[in-house]
Design a protein around this ligand. Structure first.
Ligand code: GLU
Length: 300
């Protein structure tokens, strides 16, 4: 049993990120498993090493310690290259020359709920000599197939890959590796057996399951959790002042207050009493965790 926390170091962690870390730590540790830390620093424009180091310090301060070496995605580009080549050899990828504007223009109206389902415009294109000099993204061709899986928290999920996800990017136009490929390769090579993450990634799971199968890897179990939202029902983000760990560490000198508050929101404690993650293990059960998103406005 190996769980993991896979944050992107693009800013200071906020309560929503800590909620994810705590649930995945509790879920792994309550089953006697290991908990690994993977820094998803793929995006060269947004990832920063100092954010990653701060994040590690914050996790330690909270009492969420990880097992083994930290895995940095920025050090694993050769591996992503190797698996991309496998997919290319299987004839499952194609170069995509579309601009963001091209992609938006081919959106059907009902598909614009914030997700971009690529219309497959460049499907079948090959890299000829002229195209070699034009920047292109590499896309993975998905079949018109329904993927069904059992989410540990939200139950059975069925998603049609081509209708709801579309062909997705494995490598961006600027050469940066895309999340979907890196996450699949790393979850598999790190021996991850349980993935816990926010329900905003629920639609990524069938894409990842399909990619895992295509590459011949075993699939982990998935548990998605509800999101912490602000008073306006919007998912907590860096703009929600007072909710990031810089403000919270300033205000609450004792990390157990933050852990207790999150455990209360997760339905594990009847009131927000200070507690250490270790002492929460015996209270942990996915059945207590709400399914609906959780409004978070008490701890300031
Ligand atoms: N790096 C992703 C994020 O911070 C999470 C990826 C995952 O848990 O699969 O949103």
């Amino acid at each position: 049993m190996v769980g993991r926390f896979a944050p992107s170091p693009t800013g200071r962690m906020h309560l929503g990120n800590v909620f994810c870390a705590l649930l995945s730590w509790l879920s792994a540790k309550s089953k006697g498993g290991e908990w690994r830390l993977r820094i998803e620093d793929l995006d060269p424009d947004r990832s920063r090493r100092d954010f990653a180091l701060q994040l590690m310090d914050d996790l330690q301060w909270l009492g969420l310690s990880w097992d083994g070496e930290v895995v940095w995605q920025s050090q694993r580009f050769d591996l992503y290259e190797q698996y991309l080549r496998q997919l290319q050899d299987l004839g499952l990828t194609y170069p995509c020359f579309c601009s963001r504007a091209d992609i938006m223009a081919t959106q059907a109206p009902h598909e614009t709920d914030g997700r971009v389902v690529y219309a497959g415009t460049c499907r079948g294109k090959k890299l000829d000599e002229m195209a070699q000099n034009t920047p292109f993204a590499t896309r993975f061709m998905v079949p018109n197939e329904v993927i069904t899986f059992q989410d540990g928290h939200y139950g059975e999920q069925s998603v049609n890959l081509s209708q709801h996800c579309g062909d997705y990017v494995l490598r961006r136009k600027d050469g940066a590796w895309a999340y979907q490929l890196a996450v699949v390769v790393d979850d598999a090579l790190m021996g991850i057996t349980e993935v816990v993450r926010g329900r905003d990634l629920l639609l990524s799971t069938p894409q990842q399951l399909h990619l895992l199968r295509t590459l011949g890897f075993e699939s982990p179990n998935y548990f998605h959790h509800p999101l912490l939202v602000n008073e306006n029902g919007q998912r907590l983000c860096k703009r929600d002042k007072g909710m990031d760990l810089s403000a919270l560490r300033e205000k609450h000198k004792n990390p157990d207050e933050i852990v207790g508050f999150l455990a209360f929101l997760a339905g594990l404690l009847p009131s927000p009493t200070p507690i250490k993650p270790q002492d929460l293990l015996s209270f942990f059960s996915w059945q207590k965790v709400p399914k609906k998103d959780i409004t978070c406005n008490n701890l300031k």
